[in-house]
Design a protein around this ligand. Sequence first.
Ligand code: SF4
Length: 321
Amino acid sequence: MADVPSEAPEHCPGTRSEQAGKASACAGCPNQTLCSSGATKQPDPGIELVKERLSTVKYKILVLSGKGGVGKSTVTSLISRVLADSNPDKNIAVLDIDICGPSQPRILGALGEQVHQSGSGWSPVYIEDNLSLMSIGFLLGSSSDAVIWRGPKKNGMIRQFLSEVDWGNLDYLILDTPPGTSDEHLSVTTYLKGAGITGAIVVTTPQQVALLDVRKEIDFCRKVNIPILGVVENMSQFVCPKCKNSAEIFPASTGGGSAMATDLNVDFLGSLPLDPLVARCCDEGKNFLTEIPKSPTIVALREIVTKIVDKCESDKENLVE
Ligand code: SF4
């Protein structure tokens, strides 16, 4: 397929759609000749490039959330750090493709790091010996810079991120995606088609409004054939760091994530209590495993990570081919 044009009009019907080059929005578009020739409808060579690049990655896991504000990026970094810590012989990496709000560099303590490019691709930033990170945040001038990109350019960036990072041999690649079910999710799913997605972890909070959105996310996964590793309920309780008493922040009026998971026939991986000390470590990019190893959040996390590892290693037959 020819390169995705970056100057497409706002109402571009999609370069691979039946209407490509023929819709009224196409009139005057500099790509009209190319789109109407049918060249843009050919299979995207990016799929093969991504497959080749990720052939050295054993498990590819998407972290999804139905809505923003449920702590998806924090949960991604928590899981990744614990996964790396409890499996020192395995290589873990985080790919932050939350294009509109990349927060992994801050949470994983890599703000201001530079990404280097070599003949074999972009080199990720190392957080620990066996934990690396690539994020769109590294390509922005400052952490407050806004990323305002339209469809084709976002698609192109996702393709580059999936096909041009030189990860080396990896056991786990954890992908932090934007909230909801947007074009970015479709791009990721499309490009990972050849390489295979091991499964998705869906993050929610216990209250009804978040659970409703999670149902849509699970429906999306089923429609695009992404196996669901399970649901993680974040901020299930607030644990006071001083007196250790706990309180519900979001009352689970309908039974919370566990009841929803049972209802939708997906696994419930566990609940993560909110420990403000863990939240502070994430804000400051510190390693909570060394700062507060006895936090109830970390105890719960270790159990969740064990379940994820068990599921990945036993669910090989569920790989999307
Ligand atoms: S000509 Fe192609 S890029 Fe331009 S608007 Fe139409 S489909 Fe989109």
